[in-house]
Design a protein around this ligand. Structure first.
Ligand code: ATP
Ligand code: MG
Length: 369
């Protein structure tokens, strides 16, 4: 029997609270579906700093490298705000991302019918929406050299006399690996990829388009591929988002497009994410899953946090790290049913009000469903 390894890093604030609900879900799959998970748990962020004096120990880092998937809660909190930069809780997260070389950031935008009125768009545009944005995370204009702010003194036309420079730089290899990630994901979903760049004005955009097309033609001809200029993509995303399945794009455009897409679905407490790296020996990518929200110190310890973002992050692990698509569907349908039944944590209460359930009660409802 296959055993699925998972490293749980609850972290700080509401991290441990929402992770406890994922534990219930894992328990359900073990008892009722006969699945076998090898779950280990460790410290990250402020919790790790309190114990080891640093936000991620070498042992935890090594363990993260060896498992099928890492599931992280959240890091940080006011208690750690004045720490030296080198030991800040966020540095634990950054070390995981960097050393695991997680170059593809996945942000799904899924709109559950019961919450369609939370969207910034009209219900009939977003109901049933289920798209996935794949953002290149380790290159592009955020890292390209040369960069800097220089004096531009010998240019008398330049009022203020300074120039700021960033470089958008992509290698073919960087583009091919994130394209492969997107095509692999599409095969587990709707089998369609739309690649977004600005090949009309950028050299890196021309290369992006050519290389994505190359990967398609040589390795993923079975997946439907289209190309779109990113500005048109932004427009289409708020005009008719359901036309997309998987969107693959660079670091900068992905930053903008995934934040815009998040608002199509509503509450922060609902949004999962994943970051993928290179394929491991078993053919599956290195992966870390985490809710989009942070440690929410304002509600930590009160049983108010919505555990759905973390539970849906685990559903992504089921689908993309363990190849358990049917189980991922089942879990997402359970979330959908609970929402349709009107069960709401405080963050999902509309203006009409009502009585919110606690974090633990939401978890129990989902397990029951
Ligand atoms: P970070 O800086 O760690 O990325 P942040 O401080 O910008 O995060 P969060 O910690 O995510 O933001 O909190 C933003 C707001 O959203 C807070 O008011 C918080 O209570 C609320 N919030 C975040 N996550 C949840 C959740 N799972 N359930 C309910 N409310 C949440
Ligand atoms: Mg914060």
């Amino acid at each position: 029997m296959t055993t699925y390894s998972l490293l749980i890093l609850p972290g700080d604030g509401i991290g441990p609270e929402v992770m406890a609900e994922v534990r219930k879900v894992i328990g359900w799959f073990e008892t009722n579906r006969g699945l076998s998970f090898d779950v280990s748990e460790d410290l990250v962020g402020g919790a790790a700093y309190d114990k080891h004096g640093k936000p991620l120990s070498d042992e935890t880092m090594a363990r993260a490298q060896s498992v099928d998937a890492v599931l992280l809660g959240a890091v940080g909190g006011p208690k750690y705000d004045n720490l030296d930069f080198s030991v800040k809780p966020e540095r634990g997260l950054l070390r995981l991302r960097k050393e695991m070389d997680l170059f593809a950031n996945l942000r799904p935008a899924q709109c559950f019918d019961a919450l369609a009125d939370f969207s910034s768009l009209k219900r009939d545009v977003v109901a049933g929406l289920d798209i996935l944005i794949v953002r290149e995370l380790t290159s592009g204009v955020y890292f390209g050299e040369p960069r800097g702010i220089h004096s531009d003194d010998n240019n008398p036309q330049n009022e203020g006399g300074r120039v700021g420079i960033n470089t958008q730089r992509y290698t073919s290899g960087e583009i091919r690996r994130v394209a492969r990630a997107a095509f692999e994901l599409a095969r587990k979903r709707g089998n369609r990829v739309c690649s977004m760049e600005k090949a009309n004005v950028m050299e890196s955009g021309i290369l992006w388009r050519e290389e994505v097309q190359w990967v398609h033609d040589n390795e993923y001809a079975d997946v439907e591929l289209s190309h779109m200029y990113a500005d048109n993509g932004a427009m289409q995303l708020v005009r008719n988002p359901r036309q997309f399945d998987v969107i693959v794009t660079d670091n900068l455009f992905g930053d903008l497009l995934s934040d815009a897409a998040a608002m199509l679905t509503g509450s922060l407490g609902m949004l999962p994410s994943a970051s993928l790296g290179a394929p491991m020996a078993n053919g599956r990518p290195k992966a870390m899953y985490e809710p989009v929200h942070g440690s929410a110190p304002d509600i930590a310890g009160q049983g108010k946090a919505n555990p759905i973002a973390c539970i849906l992050s685990f559903a992504m692990a089921l689908r993309y790290s363990y190849d358990l698509g049917a189980e991922a569907d089942l879990l997402e349908r359970a979330v959908e049913k609970v929402l349709a039944d009107g069960v709401r944590t405080a963050d999902l209460m509309g203006p009409q009000g009502g009585k919110p359930v606690s974090t633990a009660e939401m978890g129990d409802h989902i397990v029951k469903a």
